[in-house]
Design a protein around this ligand. Structure first.
Ligand code: PLP
Length: 282
C-alpha cells in the first residue's frame, strides 16, 4: 500500500525522542524564523524501494548547510530514525521525503525540526518521461559562496518559476548576469551529454547537487568521462542532450531551451537509465 497522506515525524534538534505528528494539525508557530525569514535549511530525499536514496550525500550536505547558517549541528542518527519510522508508515512506492530544520521560534530560540514524506506530484512524475521546456533567466542573487547551504529561502526562485510558467515553460535555467555562463536549474543541477562526456557547470554560487555527484561517480564506473566546467549557453545548444537532475524528479531532459528546440538524442533511454541506476546504486 502507498500512503496518499503525508507522514510527519518531529525531530528533537538536540537529540532524544522522535514524535509522530498528525498532518492535519499545525506544526510551527507564528514567530518561527522559517516563516518570518526563510531562515533554515532542508533536504529533499527520494524514497524508493523502502530506502532513502543517496542518503550519505544528503546527510553530509545537511551538516554543511547547518554549519553555514550557524545552526546547532544536526544529530543525523535522529534524522535517520525519523526517516525510517516515516518510511515504515508511508509504505511501499516512491515518495518525497523532506528534512526541514528551522532556526525556530524568536521567543524561545529553540530550532524546529521535522521529517515529512509525501507522494510525488503527478506533474513531477510526468516530467521524467516528457522532459521540460526551459526558460533562461539571469540570476543576480546568491548565497555567500564561502557558505554553501541549501536554505529555505526560495521566494525569488519560485517567482522566476511562476514567470516561466506564465510564458509557457516548465522550468528555468539560471545564468550568470555578468559573464552569461550557465549556473543551475531552479531546483536542479544541469548536466550535458556529448559522446562519452558528461559535463556540469562550474561556478562557486551553484548548490552542489547530490544527484549529479551520484551520477558522475556511477557514470565514471561505466566508462563516461565526467567533469565540472564553466559552460556557456552555446555549449548546451551544441550538446547531444541536456538534463536537469535532482533528487525527486531524478532526470528530465531539456527539450526546449528558450526559443531553441533540443532534439531527442538516439541514446535518450540509455542516459535516462544511467541516471536512474546511479540513484538506486547509492
Ligand atoms: N540546485 C538547486 C538550486 C536545488 O534547489 C536543487 C534541489 O533542490 C538541486 C540543485 C539539486 O540537488 P539534489 O540533486 O541534491 O536534489
Amino acid at each position: 500500500m502507498v500512503s496518499t497522506k503525508p507522514v510527519i515525524f518531529v525531530v528533537e534538534p538536540f537529540g532524544g525522542s522522535i514524535r509522530w505528528h498528525n498532518p492535519s494539525l499545525p506544526l510551527i508557530y507564528w514567530d518561527d524564523y522559517a516563516v518570518t525569514r526563510g531562515d533554515g535549511i532542508f533536504e529533499s530525499i527520494l524514497i524508493r524501494d523502502g530506502q532513502a536514496a543517496n542518503i550519505e550525500r544528503h546527510a553530509q550536505r545537511f551538516r554543511t548547510s547547518a554549519e553555514a547558517l550557524g545552526l546547532p549541528e544536526p544529530i543525523i542518527e535522529s534524522w535517520i530514525s525519523a526517516t525510517n519510522a516515516a518510511i515504515e508508515e508511508f509504505g511501499d512506492g516512491e515518495g518525497k521525503c523532506t528534512w526541514t530544520y528551522s532556526r525556530g521560534r524568536a521567543s524561545t530560540g529553540l530550532p524546529t525540526a521535522w521529517v515529512a514524506i509525501q507522494p510525488i506530484a503527478d506533474d513531477v512524475l510526468a516530467q521524467r518521461d516528457n522532459g521540460v521546456r526551459v526558460m533562461l533567466s539571469e540570476r543576480g542573487w546568491s548565497f555567500p559562496s564561502e557558505l554553501p547551504a541549501k536554505t529555505l529561502n526560495y521566494a525569488a526562485t519560485m517567482a522566476t518559476l511562476r514567470l516561466a510558467r506564465d510564458r509557457g515553460f516548465d522550468d528555468v535555467i539560471f545564468t550568470d548576469p555578468y559573464e552569461g555562463h550557465v549556473l543551475e536549474g531552479a531546483t536542479s543541477t544541469v548536466v550535458t551529454v556529448k559522446g562519452d562526456k558528461l559535463r556540469t557547470p562550474y561556478d562557486d554560487t551553484i548548490l552542489p547537487g547530490t544527484t549529479q555527484a551520484a551520477l558522475f561517480e556511477y557514470a565514471e564506473s561505466q566508462g563516461y568521462r565526467c567533469k565540472q566546467k564553466v559552460l556557456d549557453v552555446d555549449y548546451l545548444l551544441d550538446a547531444d542532450s541536456v538534463w536537469l537532475v535532482s533528487s525527486i524528479r531524478v532526470a528530465a531532459r531539456v527539450r526546449r531551451l528558450g526559443e531553441h528546440k533540443l532534439k531527442a538524442p538516439d541514446n535518450e533511454q540509455e542516459i535516462r537509465s544511467l541516471i536512474d541506476t546511479a540513484m538506486s546504486a547509492n
